[in-house]
Design a protein around this ligand. Structure first.
Ligand code: GLP
Length: 240
């Protein structure tokens, strides 16, 4: 005798229906997802089952819950190739977006032991630091702190980097072009400071990219810590 087919739990069916609506364009990025109440009525399920379906899709990144407003279809991620020393400005333009930068802080500090080791300079060497909020089409995307040896770039502290590209300035004003860089990526969570600036909730995933950029003759010229929004970025590499 044939075994009766076991139906998947109801939340799995609701999830599959919502996924289909997203895949077929019935629901587009930014559209409001059905509410728990609408799902309970449509499927005749409990509120807990409806919530489970929505939170599964939220955990998978397809939906984004905005406290006080509702749940929306997530925006597509920005795909960034990791095969060249590109700048934020170039990447945003490549995706047809308008880059925008807010300078949060500029300072000249003396390299302490840790910084000196990272930047391959003597302790006490003057380092210029920029903390910048990077945006694309007005959406906060990344928060980055760049460190450069002031001796190599005299006068950089007086340059207005708001809405400009650091790499463009290094190229045009200092005749410097990055030759190669090493970069690591690790997962972090947003604290209240990062969350506030990046318009995400505290505890949301971030990707910390640490880049060490070298000029010709392998001289280190830039050490950057960038926090990229985990819900907005996807990094792509080709392996041979
Ligand atoms: C990216 C990199 C940074 C680099 C920056 C330069 O954001 N993660 O390491 O400093 O690009 O960007 P821009 O020239 O737009 O200032």
């Amino acid at each position: 005798m044939a075994q009766p087919t076991k139906l998947p739990p109801l939340y799995v069916q609701i999830r599959a229906d919502l996924m289909k609506a997203i895949d077929t364009g019935l629901l587009n990025p930014g559209d409001r997802a059905p509410s728990e109440r609408e799902l309970t009525q449509k499927y005749g399920v409990s509120r807990m089952t409806a919530r489970h379906a929505l939170s599964t899709l939220e955990a998978e990144g397809y939906l984004t819950r905005v406290p006080g407003s509702g749940t929306f279809v997530s925006q597509p991620k920005f795909e960034q190739k990791l095969n060249a020393v590109t700048s934020f400005t170039e990447e945003a333009q490549l995706h047809g977006m308008v880059p925008d930068t807010r300078i949060l802080a500029t300072a000249i500090v003396e390299a302490d032991y840790r910084m000196a080791e990272r930047m391959q300079v003597q302790a006490g060497t003057p380092i210029i630091q920029f903390q910048r909020l990077r945006m694309a089409n007005g959406i906060p995307m990344a928060l980055e702190t760049s460190n450069l040896p002031l001796g190599r770039f005299p006068g950089l502290e007086g340059v207005n980097l708001a809405n400009d590209s650091l790499y463009r300035i290094l190229r045009e004003r200092y005749n410097f072009k990055p030759a190669h860089a090493t970069q690591s990526i690790e997962v972090m969570v947003a604290g209240t400071f990062e969350a506030g600036l990046l318009s995400i909730r505290s505890g949301a995933p971030l990707l910390l990219l640490e880049r060490f950029t070298h000029g010709p003759e392998n001289k280190l010229v830039e050490y950057v810590r960038s926090f990229y929004r985990g819900d907005r970025y996807r990094f792509f590499t080709e392996l041979h």
